[in-house]
Design a protein around this ligand. Structure first.
Ligand SMILES: *Cc1c(COP(=O)(O)O)cnc(C)c1O
Length: 253
């Protein structure tokens, strides 16, 4: 794996999220293609295997009709942060369902809806929640894929495990029959500085590399968003979660 960004700086972070007044907004298909190009460029630049980084389209506050456009453009997995909003879209798109990922904070009273309607949960950070998800996962469905969320920047306001808590929860979750531990998710404090972004992502990767020795089936490092996907890919991300660069700015986040 590439061991640092060296002297390369990312000169242009595409600002496709903000449309100029008077100009028609680019379609989700066009923006998806732009994001795919950024992924290919970063994989190449940082010596990652081509195609080793998955793109999750984060569709919170985006209507089902726009998700359909994205699906026409070849996007088949979506990330949602709010259960109620997601359930409406899941019902509307049930003819040809995409893969649904839950990426928001998980409340106890929402675990049944999540266990019944999603394929993945990226934001597990408590055993109590994990147990409920496992118990409530319908027998007819495959095990629910889960990532453990790490609070890597130590922000009080954010959910997630502290780095020292990850191993214990990973061990406990591995024993739950209806969950499949896939990896780690991080949502670092926002920074515009590539080196700062890169260093934080590397510390997440180091935790992953430690835990994967005990849980060799783990294959997912969910990190990187519209403003920092290059740094995340440089540090070893396998799944980036992109909202703004595909769907534009929208509502409170
Ligand atoms: C909204 C959100 C994203 C997408 O962020 P963008 O900056 O819009 O790409 C990714 N991950 C999580 C957990 C989010 O809530």
């Amino acid at each position: 794996m590439h061991d640092g960004p060296g002297i390369i700086t990312i000169a242009v972070i595409m600002n496709s999220g903000t449309d100029h007044p008077g100009k028609p907004a680019a379609s989700p298909e066009t923006r998806l293609e732009q994001v795919r190009q950024r992924i290919r460029d970063a994989e190449h630049r940082y010596e990652r295997v081509p195609g080793s980084v998955r793109l999750l389209a984060v569709s919170k506050h985006v209507p089902a009709s726009v998700l359909q456009q994205a699906m026409a453009g070849g996007q088949h997995c979506f990330g949602e942060s709010y259960v109620q909003e997601a359930l409406e879209k899941i019902a509307l798109l049930d003819r040809t369902p995409p893969e649904w990922h839950f990426i928001g904070p998980v409340q106890s009273n929402k675990t049944r809806d999540i266990a019944e309607h999603f394929d993945w949960v990226h934001s597990v950070d408590r055993l109590k929640i994990a147990r409920r998800l496992s118990e409530q996962r319908p027998p007819a469905l495959p095990p629910l894929n889960v990532c453990l969320q790490i609070n890597i920047s130590g922000e009080q306001s954010k959910s997630g495990l502290s780095p020292g808590e990850v191993r214990k929860l990973a061990d406990d979750i591995a024993d739950l029959p209806r969950l499949r531990l896939r990896g780690l998710m991080a949502l670092p404090a926002r920074s515009r500085d590539f080196d700062a972004q890169f260093n934080v992502f590397c510390s997440v990767r180091d935790i992953f590399n430690d835990i994967v020795q005990h849980h060799p089936d783990m294959d997912t490092l969910s990190m990187g968003m519209s403003g920092d996907l290059e740094a995340a890919i440089a540090a070893g991300s396998t799944l980036i979660r992109i909202g703004t660069a595909i769907f534009g700015e929208r509502g409170p986040r």
